[in-house]
Design a protein around this ligand. Structure first.
Ligand SMILES: [Zn+2]
Length: 410
């Protein structure tokens, strides 16, 4: 097995949906990338959109974090195959029963968008490209230099986007409005990039999304809200919408500002992060650490804060418990280790999905957990993910090279 190229990732998504028509649905994202690529996602679980609560899983936001695509594709393949075979799933020492898998796919929609930034991945993988590329490939914003291009998709969401106003000048908020920055250029305005608008569209299209996980590397962590400042549960007026606190956000050790989160929501975030870690550990004894996003560094415009913030900003929107996974110990793991990581994170995601339904109230008409499936299972033989079934995109053979990445941003 090797890492998939961009076409290979897309082939797997399209072919999976074709092979499992009763239990999955292909989703075509509406916004083409700068280089003209159309992205696809896949929704696992039968029934119409809006008939169930949904989990949205996102990958491939940062170009060099290759394995997130492989994790999410293998996760989808494993679930669809196990459901069809009425079998459980075993990852090392972690065992999920057939009933648990059935319950997941009979009661949830699991929306898997494995490659949000295909142009960036292509640039990271192609000969002559930049292996440690992070952003997309939009060339529009630097007019002075030939070689400045790209926006950090994970800074382009609408959450405290105007960081110069929102944050303390002494905050080391990890974002910049300098289009020549190689790492964290935020773009000219929120949602300036098609990749970001695709994620927004996916959330809008699944109004019953209640949980969101953005899969990145690296760090062996899973992070819950918030990412702009330390959490506090006592002063609701200290929040990202309140301009009275502009210029005071993003400091770790000040006694002044903390981002408000209701204790009940903080508990849900902690518990689901813990459920993820508890399912990872038995696989091969990797200890993932749950922590608030802010503990990594302060951010603005990140996907997890945007997704959790939506229900405050737009009345009527569902509350979405949001997480960022940082898997592994390097951006691109050697494939032998990547296959272990795929097992770790797949188990963690299943653990999170199994614990998730209890964290929100049931809606009238929801199917009770544990119901027997209706109708015969669908699908057929599936090609291994490193063998694109249509043959139009061959996976690249890659020997990850040692790169000093200690100072890079995740
Ligand atoms: Zn990342």
């Amino acid at each position: 097995m090797t890492y998939l190229n961009v076409q290979g990732v897309d082939n797997v998504v399209v072919n999976l949906a074709a092979l499992f028509p009763g239990t999955s649905q292909l989703i075509t994202l509406p916004h083409q990338t700068e280089e003209g690529r159309t992205s696809h996602a896949i929704r696992l679980g039968g029934g119409a959109v809006g008939s169930r609560n949904a989990v949205v899983l996102l990958g491939g936001v940062h170009a060099r974090e290759w394995g997130s695509c492989e994790i999410l594709l293998n996760f989808a393949i494993d679930l669809l195959r196990a459901y069809q075979a009425n079998s459980g799933l075993t990852y090392g020492g972690m065992v999920f029963s057939a009933q648990q898998i059935r319950t997941m796919l009979d009661t949830l929609h699991i929306v898997v968008f494995p490659l949000a930034n295909p142009d960036g991945r292509h640039h990271s993988q192609r000969p002559g490209g930049e292996y440690m590329w992070r952003k997309n490939r939009n060339p529009d914003y630097c007019v002075h230099h030939e070689d400045c291009s790209g926006v950090d998709i994970n800074r382009n969401f609408d959450f405290l986007f105007d960081y110069r106003t929102a944050f303390d000048v002494d905050s080391e908020v990890m974002v910049t409005d300098d289009p020549c920055d190689h790492e964290t250029y935020q773009g000219p305005h929120a949602f300036s990039e098609p990749e970001t608008r695709n994620v927004q569209w996916l959330l809008d299209a699944h109004a019953r999304t209640r949980w969101f996980v953005d899969v990145h590397s690296y760090g062996d962590t899973i992070m819950y809200s918030w990412g702009n400042d330390k959490n506090q549960t006592t002063t609701p007026t200290q929040n990202f919408r309140n301009a009275a606190w502009d210029g005071q956000r993003g400091l770790a050790n000040d006694p002044t500002y903390g981002e408000y989160i209701a204790q009940a929501d903080l508990t849900v975030g902690q518990n689901l992060a813990q459920a993820f870690c508890a399912a990872v550990l038995p696989v091969r004894n990797r200890a993932y650490t749950p922590k608030p996003s802010f503990d990594l560094y302060p951010t603005a415009g990140a996907s997890d804060d945007y997704t959790f913030s939506r229900h405050f900003v737009y009345p009527g929107r569902q509350k979405v418990y949001s997480f960022t996974v940082e898997f592994g110990q390097q951006f691109v793991a050697p494939m032998a280790e990547m296959q272990n990581i795929i097992q770790d994170v797949s188990a963690g995601l299943i653990g999170l999905c199994l614990a998730a339904p209890a964290t929100v109230p049931a809606e009238p008409g929801d199917k009770p957990a544990g119901d027997k499936p209706t109708g015969p299972p669908s699908g057929g033989p599936f090609h291994d993910p490193d063998t694109p079934a249509s043959g139009t995109g061959s996976p690249i053979v890659t020997t990850p090279v040692a790169v000093d990445v200690a100072a890079k941003k995740k």
